[in-house]
Design a protein around this ligand. Structure first.
Ligand SMILES: [Zn+2]
Length: 531
């Protein structure tokens, strides 16, 4: 007797094969059978007539590391069909960590901070802490280069010494032995930004030895985009590591169109090497508000930056650097989240609007907010061209990564007006790709879009027995309505779950049943098993 039997639907199996009629049976945590099963006995039958049945979606790029400990039911995640998420991206992981640098690292990584105690030290301890809260989704954890470098070198802007490099390699090897899938860098964020390419090559040799991946938030995504892609490719070719370029984009108007060049560079490298990238289907990004500051102002970590803001002369220099940047449009920057209660009403407003409210210049308003919130302030920033976004996402080497920064409390149980104005990608990434690029514009076929979200992603991560609809595989399964699937989250009202996602199984347990969350938390903390 099967536990669940999904009948009358068309399966898209994740390999890129076109939809085909077949029934899917689930027993325990596995896909027990696929075929003509209409008359088979089952505890629960799901009529999927007119629906597609696909593997659960794999989000290649998130920042859910600490947020999952706070909101393990992950409503925004499962409600868009995602059953596995990669965490620890952009150099931002909460581990490894040393006792003396704990507070400083938390402050530096305030975007993932989440207000819980960071009581782990080793990678294995963090994975155990994650396991203990029983998350609703499966997780794939990377080692963040910010944390790795902070643990060994600290926050100084200088190359690592030979001994420090060896110590970082040792620590990285330990993390990988304890289950990390690879390394991530955030080369615009200190202290990751202070690593020359040689350091990244040496560290990635360790990752390459074990068959892991290197996910990079590159050194530049705007004026120096092409050079940054060249650096990422060089890092991969020299170290032998398998490369994943994170949230590929050309930011700021003067650079729009450059992705035509970078995609060709990546294609060329991919002929000889394992290279891919990911993207989210929106023209706005989201990060710390402090990313508007010149890099020198961030040197030495968050406390050094805040110290600089207290010095009137340095503050004026920072302000001038921002004001003399012609591509920085303060009407295109919205405040997404703040830490303090007094400024919660500013969430969702543009910097230009806030400047008026606070009776300050826009640049001064930015500095004031960063200071007031002790760096714990994030923005949504409109920087991309829609044609570029479509070109990147429809490329065969592109996987899908939401880059969601947090897991909000379930808006069905708390008043959404009390929640931060997160980027709508937090709820809408996967349904939006299917609505926009498949159903509405026909730029992708269903099977190709689904393969990006499932089979190709699992392949890149070397996940065992996941990512495809196949007998014996783990039962991570999504049932969705191709006529209705759509993102509903907007920049003004982000806390809206998608339409058309009807069933989401994580390891055989429904997290979404008939369109409603069940509260089931059946995710697994996955550990890298090697090549
Ligand atoms: Zn990033």
């Amino acid at each position: 007797m099967f536990d669940y039997l999904i009948v009358n639907g068309r399966i898209i199996d994740g390999t890129g094969r076109p939809p085909a009629f077949a029934d899917v049976a689930i027993a325990g945590d596995r896909i027990a059978a696929i075929g003509q099963l209409f008359h088979a006995p089952a505890r629960y039958r799901i009529d999927a007539a007119g629906k597609f049945v696909a593997p659960g979606f794999i989000d290649m790029h998130t920042h859910y590391d600490v947020a999952l400990l706070v909101n393990p039911d992950a409503f925004n995640v499962v409600s868009q069909g995602v059953t596995t998420a990669v965490i620890g991206n952009c150099g931002h992981s909460p581990v490894p960590i040393t006792d003396e640098r704990r507070d400083e690292l938390r402050q530096l990584l305030s975007v993932i901070e989440a207000g819980v105690e960071w009581r782990w030290q080793r990678f294995a301890d963090y994975l155990t802490a994650l396991e203990e809260v029983k998350p609703a989704i499966n997780t794939v954890a990377l080692v963040g280069h910010c944390a790795l470098r902070a643990a060994v070198v600290g926050f100084k802007n200088r190359p690592a010494t030979d001994d420090e490099l060896k110590a970082m390699q040792r620590l990285l090897r330990e993390c990988m032995d304890e289950g990390a899938f690879g390394l991530s860098s955030g080369l615009v964020y200190p202290p990751s930004a202070y690593a020359p390419v040689d350091e990244l090559v040496e560290l990635n040799k360790v990752v390459a030895e074990r068959g892991g991946i290197y996910a990079t938030h590159m050194r530049n995504e705007s004026d120096a985009l092409v050079a940054a892609v060249a650096e990422a490719l060089q890092t991969a070719l020299r170290s032998g590591v398998r490369l994943q370029i994170s949230h590929h984009k050309a930011a700021r108007k003067p650079n729009w169109g450059k992705v035509a060049v970078t995609l060709r560079m990546i294609e060329d490298a991919a002929l000889r090497h394992d290279v891919s990238f990911d993207a989210y289907p929106y023209t706005a990004g989201s990060s710390y508000l402090a990313q508007l500051l010149p890099l020198w102002a961030l040197e030495g970590g968050a406390s050094a930056m805040l110290q600089r803001l207290r010095d009137p002369q340095t503050r004026a220099q920072i302000r001038q650097a921002m004001e003399s940047d012609p591509a920085l449009d303060f009407t295109a920057v919205r405040i997404a989240s703040v830490a303090s209660d007094d400024y919660k009403p500013l969430q969702g407003k543009t910097v230009a609007e806030i400047a008026e409210l606070l009776q300050r210049t826009p640049a001064e308003a930015v500095l004031h907010l960063i200071e007031h919130e002790q760096n714990a302030v994030t923005m949504v920033w409109f920087v991309m061209d829609e044609a570029d976004v479509a070109q990147v996402l429809t490329h065969p080497l592109c996987l899908v990564g939401s880059d969601a920064l947090t897991i909000p409390s379930n808006p069905l149980t708390v008043d959404p007006q009390t929640l931060p104005k997160v980027h709508p990608r937090t709820y809408g990434t996967f349904p939006r790709v299917l609505r926009w690029l498949v159903r509405e514009t026909g730029k992708l076929r269903w099977e190709d879009a689904i393969a990006k979200m499932t089979g190709k992603a699992a392949d890149k991560l070397r996940l065992k027995e996941r990512g495809l609809l196949r007998e014996g595989y783990f039962a991570d399964v999504v049932v969705f309505d191709p006529e209705r699937i759509a993102d509903r989250a907007t920049y003004d009202e982000p806390h809206q779950p998608a339409d058309g996602i009807e069933w989401v199984f994580v390891n055989g347990q429904p997290a979404i049943a008939d369109g409603r969350p069940t509260g089931a938390r059946s995710g697994c903390v996955l550990r890298f098993a090697g090549a």
